[in-house]
Design a protein around this ligand. Sequence first.
Ligand code: PEP
Ligand code: MG
Length: 537
Amino acid sequence: MNELQGKGIAPGIAVGRIFYYKKSGRQIRRTYREDSETEWKRFEEAREKAEMQLLALKEKAVKETGEEAAAIFEAHQMLLRDDELEAFIRDIIVTAKVSAEYAVFVAGEHFSEMLAGLEDAYLQARNADLQDVVWRLIRILNGVEDVQELTEPSIIVAEDLTPSETIQLEKSLILGFVTRQGSANSHTAILARQLSLPAVCGIETDPSWNGKPAVADGSSGRIFLDPDDALLERSREQQREEEAHRERLQRLKGRPAVTKDGRQIAVYANIGSVEEVRNARENDAEGIGLFRSEFLYLEGKDFPSEEKQYAVYKAVLQAMEDRLVVIRTLDLGADKQADYLDLGHEENPAMGYRAIRICLDRPEIFRTQLRAIYRASVYGRAAILFPMIISVEEVLQCRRHIAEVKAELKQEGIPYKDDVQIGVMIETPAAALISEMLAKEVDFFSIGTNDLAQYTLAIDRQNARMEAQTDMHHPAVQELIQRTIANGHKAGIRVEICGELAADTSFTKTFLDYGVDALSVSPPFVLSVKDAVLQAE
Ligand code: PEP
Ligand code: MG
């Protein structure tokens, strides 16, 4: 048995034979071509063919792995039309009088060197995309296709794998990936995680391994060639446990989250964009418990218009088909900064001009968002959530803005729903301590444990140095959560928890004992939280 240590980039265990993926069509010679215009035309035709291939791959990826994987091929399409790359290729064809394939090859080497010299690991990883695009063009120009046939379930081993090579392999026959190149940021890693397959990189791979039995452990980053019987048995047992766990979670789809003694709660998803709704639905979220709308404000160069916001909220509401969608009004400031906001320097931005404080200070920004939400409200079951609340007065001001926005819409003859629920985030100790008063003014509470812990423990949530001391289970944080739920219920309103702690299944039972009504977590955690609720007594 031979053991090699690499880096685990997608968890899980693969047991099976190795399929060594060899790239073909990689020889390239410098060939003289007098007629540059004909060569340029050949390049343009090859590029069009490459675009068609990428379109087909994109559609395959959407069907098999989702939008995120498909975006990789969109990026490739853009690379194909990159001005700098195009100018470089044309220049070589015309001035050096070489074949189009050689010009593409030289351009690939040139830009690849540039990318490799960058410090940014993410941009370095994009080199793989460039190589993918370059070799696609060269293969087309050479008239060869290099998709190898996988005939039995195998661990794919390669020097490196490009996204299009990965996606073209028959998904049902891939057990895992082992490559020499790659990183946690690489697209192979992203695709592997989306396919729930293990992946290891940083291994000195060798073509002579083809057909050898092996075990790849995507968590520890180890691979074993010719594993002995004991290791095989252990690995299979681990696989069975992982599989049983996954299957069990899948079977929970469609089942309500009810404790053994019959108490039902809702398990919602947290999202930051319309694209994530699909993920929420696939993971069986009963609604969106937190739509962090500020990401809309962070992606552009200026405030998103009312129209743009309206389109996004409408799309989310329609996709959720009448399930609850809690839209949190913008929570900018602190760590969420955009140049155009021009918030100025603050010594302690987490305790400064942020979230609802900005909205109440700059009503034109706030009112634009409220108008967009109310206009979209007719397409589903929207609720509005205000972040960083510390006083009753703030809630009353928010309500006044809502009343005015509604009156405006009415006057303009624009339809909206009158019964949109209004809630506040309980994410400051102040809000938790006055939750009895706040509960009288709103329809629901949503407890933001990330900020609540930060402000209660006086530990900056961005400070990596303090990570070890950040005790999310601290009795002070728990006391505030418990008090908030009790006060909410006393006033007859529902209380949700939407911070990261909501996904901590070692705490689900405690939250249920406090009486929580809903937990809202990132889409991949919805089913495990539901599972924890079902196990609870
Ligand atoms: C929180 O503070 O717990 C929360 C959910 O909001 P955010 O993480 O966006 O600050
Ligand atoms: Mg928060």
